[in-house]
Design a binder for this molecule. Structure first.
Ligand code: AMP
Ligand code: ZN
Length: 479
């Protein structure tokens, strides 16, 4: 395969065309993804977006290009302040707890950790500096109450990402899910860069040249992208709801503060829906990974389900689709086992080995689908078409080896980990799960019911069900 045939073509929201993704500098593809607001458990809609970004990164890396992935943690906004106060915790304690929960879910879903994961509260000085630059360049102004606003009319390119009508831009710019704006600004469209302290904010404020306050939500991504990726970088991404106003505002802030171009390519992920409504905390129609774990679904099944629609199309979530995903994973695992038996291998090839192989062998069509705007449903369909027409027993050892590496190449791109099939229908638990089950058994012998219960939940979160008998316990995979 020639080098350019191995490059990803990805739809760009800015130009509305598919464009090649290629690093502009020093061979590393640098990208920013807007991270979670840590005030409760992330729902699987949020994870649809993070998993699509993870597949993007995996495909780029497997095609031979290293990445620098920055994803922020929003740990100060209206919601984190409000809910930390309700919980009677400091903002830092409260957001730290939810950040750790987020990390645990990410690990269970096999998401590669970003190389840099900056927090908004650790970058207040960077944000203040950016506001000072914007004021100096005539793009921002301080209001009498000590808030600072971006003057939307000062940036002629405002609206270039979202392609919205002038009228919609004017009313919408200041509306965000994360922060409400005040009305001390010159124009309705202007949005807050710095929010003057209000009594409701309590102890949550920082000193600034404009008095006590806190940064507006949009600013943190501009400031942290500048710090870790520079004035211009390869790609920026988020859920579709972030196109406007969040990303439009990020572009305005960054381009006006630095004079640079900011992100060259924009990737947006369509929503996970439930009964034709967006899955969201405010609509109360959400599922978390833990909710689905309690219903017996493993993180791998959830990941497969969230991948099953094209990232640019809304995906309707049903519990039934989780059962279908479970069956699909078992079929993949069976085929993998048949091929592996022919190769004599005991462990899956490492990522380095896969990168060195650089191709998907008999699964080349699936890889081509992934390079074509991350067409995951197409790739999954192609994998099953290949499996259906391949009889492992008829392959030579060499052919089986190449096919096996090819299958792992595609699985690695999708970040799919297969259930381990021992014998027909019997599945062996991973060591980590067995260790938790042993600990739980010991806790039960010691009549420590709280720990035993806690450990059972951890086992469930990893996708396993533990059942007790007189002699001991058995572990079975969730559906
Ligand atoms: P938040 O924690 O609300 O800032 O959201 C984190 C990420 O999840 C953002 O990129 C959002 O655009 C994305 N997101 C929120 N709801 C959904 C959904 N229902 N489907 C897909 N992505 C979502
Ligand atoms: Zn952002």
């Amino acid at each position: 395969m020639s080098e350019s045939a191995n490059r990803l073509q990805l739809h760009d929201t800015l130009t509305r065309t598919a464009r090649e993704v290629w690093p502009s500098e020093a061979g590393t593809l640098r990208f920013y993804g807007c991270g979670p607001t840590v005030y409760g458990p992330a729902h699987i809609g949020n994870f649809r977006t993070f998993i699509a970004q993870d597949v993007f990164r995996r495909v780029v890396e497997l095609s031979g290009t290293p990445t620098l992935h920055v994803r922020n943690i929003t740990d100060v906004d209206d919601k984190t302040i409000r809910d930390s106060q309700k919980a009677g915790q400091t903002l830092i304690e409260f957001t730290q707890y939810w950040t750790e929960r987020f990390h645990a879910d990410c690990a269970a879903l096999n998401l590669l950790p970003p190389h840099v994961e900056p927090k908004a509260t650790d970058h207040i000085a960077h944000q203040i500096k950016m506001i000072e630059d914007l004021i100096a360049h005539g793009n921002a102004y301080a209001a009498p109450d000590g808030s600072v606003y971006f003057r939307v009319s000062s940036y002629a390119d405002y609206g270039k990402l979202s392609h919205l009508e002038d009228r919609e831009l004017k009313v919408g710019a200041a509306q965000t899910a994360n922060d409400s704006d005040e009305y001390t600004k010159d124009s309705l469209a202007d949005f807050a860069l710095w929010k003057a302290h209000k009594p409701d904010d309590g102890e949550n404020f920082w000193e600034s040249p404009w008095g006590k306050g806190r940064p507006g939500w949009h600013l943190e991504c501009s400031a942290m992208a500048l710090e870790y990726l520079g004035v211009e970088f390869d790609l920026h991404s988020g859920g579709i709801d972030l196109v406007f106003p969040h990303h439009e505002n990020e572009i305005a802030q960054s381009c006006c503060a630095t004079g640079g171009r900011f992100a060259r390519h924009w990737m947006h992920i369509a929503h996970l829906m439930v009964d034709s409504g967006k899955m969201s905390k405010s609509l109360g129609n959400l599922y978390t990974l833990a909710d689905l774990g309690h219903r017996g679904y493993s993180p791998a099944v959830v990941r497969y389900t969230l991948l099953s629609g094209h990232y640019r199309q809304p995906l309707n979530f049903t519990l039934h689709s989780l059962d279908a995903s479970h069956q699909a994973l078992l079929k993949l695992a069976k085929f993998e086992k048949q091929l592996r038996a022919l190769t004599g291998a005991t462990a899956a090839p490492s990522l380095d080995e896969l990168r060195a192989a650089g191709k998907a062998d008999i699964f080349a069509e699936a890889w081509a689908d992934l390079l074509n705007d991350l067409n995951v449903p197409g790739a999954i369909g192609a994998v099953f078409a290949t499996i259906n027409k391949t009889k492992p027993a008829t392959l030579s050892v060499e052919a089986a080896k190449s096919a096996w590496v090819g299958l792992h190449f595609v699985l690695a791109a999708l970040g799919l980990e297969l259930p381990v099939i021992k014998d027909e229908g019997e599945v062996e638990a991973p060591e980590e799960v067995k260790a938790l089950a042993d600990q739980r058994w010991n806790a039960k012998q010691a009549r420590d019911w709280t720990s035993a219960d806690d450990l059972r939940k951890q086992i469930e979160l990893l996708g396993w069900i533990v059942k007790d008998s007189k002699e001991g316990y058995t572990l079975t995979p969730q559906a």
